[in-house]
Design a protein around this ligand. Structure first.
Ligand code: HEM
Length: 387
């Protein structure tokens, strides 16, 4: 499939200057022509030699950033990981420390944004929706979501990038999982039957998803009137720049500043979003995620209404989420004053049922996602979704 076919027939725009990236040079090759030349052949080799299960078993013991790798890994994989786990020279540890504070202070908003802005948005990113649906994880969505939530959890944790933290491990394991998906999905007749690209998860795709995360989160929080200082915003951006680097995105594509990120997003994210049958099904799964706790009586309309409010009618309609009279109005009427009262420090616990519900819902949400006591190991896949 040619380059044009990858973006639905439209000529993709890639107007990117070297000075806009953290590398400060390069960036001219469009990112839809680049995958991961370090990880892809090595991980493909692991899968082809039937070593994925053994490698995953070894890597399950590697959980902390500062921890040495277990013995027994294939040499080229070990060398790759040693290289991939190194933080880039442009890492600013003060900014990373400030990002931790920001994550702590803004936990509620970040929870809402990661879930209802980024998470639900992923279902209207066609390449991502299809890749998720037809890869092995698509067969067990609840666990897939748990492992993905681990990424947002680890990046916001106190010691994320410190030797006793886990974010570097999580990101490098994710990079290897993506490399595995690049090798496997083209072998899935389900995926090739619908895909408009030969190999999934190009650097462009990762940038698309990246913008659905920090860029969309920051835009949402600002639109809600959350006060965020420039240094807080820069620190948050920095943690995600490092995450992009660890995921294997070339430095030449990683936006250097918020201005650069905001200039890249309309080229990268906005033109690609749209409904797919796979995305509609994934969204339906997501809004039913908590249904086992209450048969969906409250949680389903609440999740649907929150998605409609945070992503807007166009996306909610694409996802075929029904309107929920009562809930839709309650969220639309309740969220702005909730933010305002929270920002002015006037919100007291128990002041109002709905506000309580917002906060509680978020806390519970994390538990629903993460609370099954299953180990959340991010692994190299060795098969696609058989369904
Ligand atoms: C796996 C995060 C971009 C498709 C994962 C996992 C994480 C993750 C944490 C491991 C989950 C698991 O083990 O199930 C991210 C982040 C991204 C990103 C933070 C960008 C900033 C993408 C993109 C695509 C994609 C662009 C597709 C176009 C997948 C697939 C899997 C996966 C198919 C494997 C699921 C399986 O195990 O079958 N990703 N991802 N990801 N990701 Fe991504």
């Amino acid at each position: 499939m040619g380059v044009l076919g990858m973006v639905g027939g439209a000529t993709p725009a890639w107007a990117w200057s070297a000075s806009q990236s953290v590398a400060g040079l390069g960036g001219q090759v469009p990112p839809w022509l680049v995958w991961d030349e370090q990880a892809d052949p090595i991980v493909a080799g692991v899968i082809e030699r039937g070593e994925a299960a053994a490698v995953n078993a070894l890597l399950r013991t590697w959980t902390r950033n500062g921890q040495p790798l277990p013995a027994g890994l294939p040499v080229e994989l070990r060398d790759f990981i040693e290289d991939a786990r190194r933080l880039p020279a442009w890492t600013d540890t003060r900014k990373l420390a400030a990002a931790v504070e920001f994550n702590k202070r803004r936990g509620t908003y970040l929870g809402v944004s990661y879930g209802f802005v980024s998470g639900m948005m992923s279902t209207v990113i066609p390449h991502e929706a299809r890749a998720v649906y037809y890869s092995r994880g698509g067969a067990d969505m609840k666990h897939r979501i748990s492992r993905t939530a681990k990424f947002g959890y680890d990046i916001g944790s106190r010691n994320a990038f410190q030797p006793d933290g886990s974010m570097i491990v999580t990101a490098v394991k994710t990079r290897m999982a993506h490399a595995g998906v690049r090798h496997l999905l083209p072998q899935s007749s389900h995926w090739t039957g619908v895909a408009d690209e030969d190999v999934p998860i190009s650097q462009r795709d990762i940038l698309v998803t990246w913008h659905s995360l920090p860029t969309s989160v920051m835009k949402a929080m600002r639109s809600w009137g959350v006060r965020i200082s420039t240094s807080e915003a820069d620190a948050f951006l920095h943690s995600w720049q490092i995450a992009a680097h660890l995921l294997g995105v070339r430095d030449e594509y990683i936006p250097a500043t918020w201005a650069d990120a905001n200039a890249q997003a309309p080229q990268i994210l906005d033109p690609v979003i749209g409904p797919t049958p796979e995305g509609i099904e994934l969204a339906d799964f997501l809004v039913n995620l908590a249904a086992e706790t209450d048969g969906g009586l409250l949680t389903r309309p609440l999740l649907q209404a929150m998605t409609r409010y945070f992503l807007g009618d166009r996306i909610a309609d694409w996802l075929e989420l029904p309107r929920n009279p009562g809930w839709d109005q309650a969220i639309a009427a309740g969220w702005p004053p909730f933010v305002m009262l929270k920002e002015t420090g006037l919100l007291l616990p128990g002041i109002d049922e709905l506000y309580w519900l917002f906060d509680e819902f978020l806390r519970q949400g994390a538990l629903w996602y993460l609370g099954e006591g299953q180990p959340l190991d991010i692994e190299i896949p060795d098969a696609n979704n058989p369904n």
